[in-house]
Design a protein around this ligand. Structure first.
Ligand SMILES: C[S@@+](CC[C@H](N)C(=O)[O-])C[C@H]1O[C@@H](n2cnc3c(N)ncnc32)[C@H](O)[C@@H]1O
Length: 377
């Protein structure tokens, strides 16, 4: 695989626009926004660049074939024609995941099995050795089958473990946001990257770490490994060049303030540890503090990005209304000039903040959520 391939970066629905802008920023061409991700053209070196640099993508798929697939035999025959030996060593380990919709072949497990058979049979014919089949962490080549209205797309997963696994997180906290969603919120907030970034419900500090890396132009996945490194045709030099370019682009910002508050001491310690692990210790300003008494400093003009608890137990939403409404009141009384971006799953809680501003939908995993954004006058 040396020429440009059609690729697809997946993301949470609602972050496609942000992901599109990220790809543009990484100088990738022919970018097209779709539902749940963005399609683009990329050379192998660019595939390395986007895996290193994208903040809101979950994984990057590289297309190897697209064909009509009226039934299982057509799937097997087309999959067997693909030169899997380009990526898979004879004794390598393979895995297939299928997503099947509105097609005659409607069993995803069976479709996976047929693709697996085709790969194994081809490799056996060519080398006499049988590739093994493994789990996501041990595979050399992960294959994605997308079958929609009897059209099949086969793609290689170039990322491996999802891209939100950046390497800075040492503690799980309670209900942390994924790194990709936190980065998406910061990018959606329209932050100028100079004003203090503030999270008064900081939990394990995901928003502050991701925001700190955005402000210092630190790519999120410079040091981690990717699935494409195990492909037989992997070019180590282009990956190393892209890693080095990403390291050279980091711009430390000693004046940047990352202010976090949480009323739970364990969370405060987690946030401090995470900022330290992310190389942002010098920017950290973390406090044990009750957000109901939140007092932005005079002239702070902070960019507040946060996800307060939203209560999943029965009755807990009623308890939280008090917290949201007290926090909203503090913002109205003391937060003039600040900008708020808040994620919550519960419209009644967003209403309790009592701040006008546009609302957009952004699911957090399986939970439908809304982002509220507003300037505080
Ligand atoms: C949903 S979690 C935030 C998760 C965080 N974004 C992360 O990625 O780890 C909400 C946090 O708000 C904190 N919290 C709840 N009520 C609070 C209050 N009144 N003042 C300050 N922190 C509060 C909880 O301790 C919890 O850590």
């Amino acid at each position: 695989m040396s020429a440009a391939s059609t690729c697809f970066a997946t993301c949470a629905p609602g972050l496609e626009g942000v992901l599109h802008a990220e790809l543009k920023g990484l100088k990738i061409g022919l970018i097209e926004r779709q539902v749940g991700g963005v399609r683009f053209q990329a050379s192998p070196r660019e595939v390395a660049r986007v895996n290193i640099g994208l903040r809101t993508a979950n994984r990057v798929l590289v297309r190897v074939a697209r064909f009509d697939c009226p039934d299982e035999d057509a799937l097997y025959a087309a999959a067997r024609e693909i030169p899997w030996e380009t990526w898979l060593a004879p004794d390598g380990c393979v895995r297939v995941d299928a997503q099947v919709r509105d097609s005659r072949l409607d069993h995803s497990r069976y479709a996976e099995q047929r693709v697996k058979d085709a790969v194994v049979d081809r490799m056996m014919d060519l080398s006499g050795t049988r590739p093994s089949v493994g789990t996501i962490d041990e595979v050399d080549v992960g294959i994605h089958l997308h079958l929609h209205r009897n059209r099949a797309t086969l793609a290689l997963d170039s990322s491996g473990p999802p891209l939100y696994k950046r390497g800075w997180r040492t503690a799980q906290g309670r209900a942390p946001l994924t790194e990709t969603l936190a980065a998406g919120l910061v990018l959606l907030s329209g932050w100028d990257r100079r004003a203090p970034l503030v999270d008064p419900f900081c939990g394990s500090g995901t928003i502050l770490v991701e925001g700190g890396w955005i402000a210092t132009n630190r790519a999120p996945n410079i040091e981690r490994s990717f699935a494409f490194q195990r492909w037989a045709d992997h070019d180590k030099r282009s990956l190393e060049r892209e890693r080095q370019a990403a390291r050279d682009a980091i711009t430390p910002r000693s004046k940047l303030r990352l202010w976090g508050g949480d009323w739970d001491t364990s969370r405060v310690m987690e946030t401090e540890a995470h900022l330290e692990a992310a190389g942002l210790g010098q920017n950290a300003d973390i406090h044990k503090a009750d957000a109901r008494e939140f007092t932005p400093r005079d002239g702070w003009n902070a960019n507040i990005v946060t996800n307060p608890p939203w209560g999943e137990r029965v009755g807990s939403v009623d308890e939280l209304i008090g917290t949201y409404s007290a926090f909203g009141q503090r913002l109205r009384e003391h937060g003039s000039g600040c900008h708020l971006t808040m994620l919550s799953s519960e419209p009644r809680l967003l209403d309790a903040i009592a701040l006008p501003g546009p609302r957009t939908s952004l699911p957090n995993g399986a939970t439908p959520c809304t982002v509220l954004r507003g300037e505080i006058e």
